[in-house]
Write a protein that binds this ligand. Structure first.
Ligand SMILES: [Zn+2]
Ligand SMILES: [Zn+2]
Length: 253
């Protein structure tokens, strides 16, 4: 597709958390797709049922594997990141602030199947899970969910907020305003189909800027961005609103 391509995939998983490939598999897939940068962003340790990394020490191993790959594949920039979890309604993450310096890029998302930091937060996660089946229960959580995400944004220097609104009811405009203030990119996620053009349009009008992410859990999906590009086109936002779109003036995260 002429003129509409992505130069970086900042959201990929490996078998260190819930993905199927190795760090090198993802890097090779990114090179095959012509990407100039890739981030390895395995799930933080709070995800339940084996989805998350066993603990934060796993990321030291990932860093070592990235260093090996970086010298083997100098034509691509490889970032070591994490998809951290919001684990409380007051906005704390499962990657504490004093560990942030160990990462090149920090993604954070609101996942429901996580180990909460306290009982009231656990009740909110449970109510969100029930809310999938009981829409009225879900609607009452919109304010709490939104405030939890905004608190996480305000307390942590998050580079990318992943899949906003996936499985949770949120106030997109309020979150987009917080992202704009904190210079946090909102993700257009191509692994899930929950996003509507209206979401992107509302977020853009509130000042947010975007990153399209594959959220690849299998190497062949690394750099799979077409759905996100189409969504952005349908929403009518300018290419310059998407950080990892080739515009001739690319900058790195
Ligand atoms: Zn996620
Ligand atoms: Zn992910």
């Amino acid at each position: 597709m002429i003129g509409l391509s992505i130069f970086a995939d900042y959201h990929t998983h490996t078998r260190h958390s819930h993905g199927h490939g190795t760090v090198e598999d993802n890097v090779r897939a990114a090179l095959d797709k012509g990407l100039k940068a890739i981030a390895i962003t395995d799930h933080g340790p709070a995800n339940l049922f084996g989805v998350g990394a066993r603990n934060l020490e796993v990321f030291r191993t990932i860093r070592q594997e990235i260093e090996v790959c970086q010298s083997k594949y100098p034509d691509i920039r490889i970032l070591m990141g994490v998809e951290a979890n919001i684990i409380s309604i007051d906005g704390s993450l499962d990657v504490p602030l004093d560990r942030f310096h160990e990462f090149d890029i920090i993604l954070a998302g609101f996942h429901l199947l996580v180990c909460p930091s306290d009982l009231p937060s656990g009740m909110v996660f449970a109510r969100n899970l029930l809310g999938r089946y009981l829409p009225k229960v879900g609607n009452t959580l919109r304010h709490i969910n939104t405030q939890a995400i905004i608190a996480a944004l305000n307390q942590n220097p998050i580079d990318i907020l992943t899949h906003p609104g996936l499985h949770v009811n949120i106030d997109t405009r309020a979150i987009a305003e917080a992202c704009a203030q904190r210079a946090t990119y909102m993700e257009i996620n191509t692994n899930h189909d929950h996003m509507e053009p209206a979401y992107v349009k509302i977020a853009f009008e509130a000042g947010a800027r975007f990153v399209i992410g594959s959220d690849a859990h299998q190497p062949h999906r690394v750099g799979d961005m077409e759905r996100g590009i189409q969504l952005a086109k349908t929403a009518g936002i300018p290419l310059t609103a998407i950080h990892n779109m080739n515009t001739g003036q690319e900058t790195w995260i």
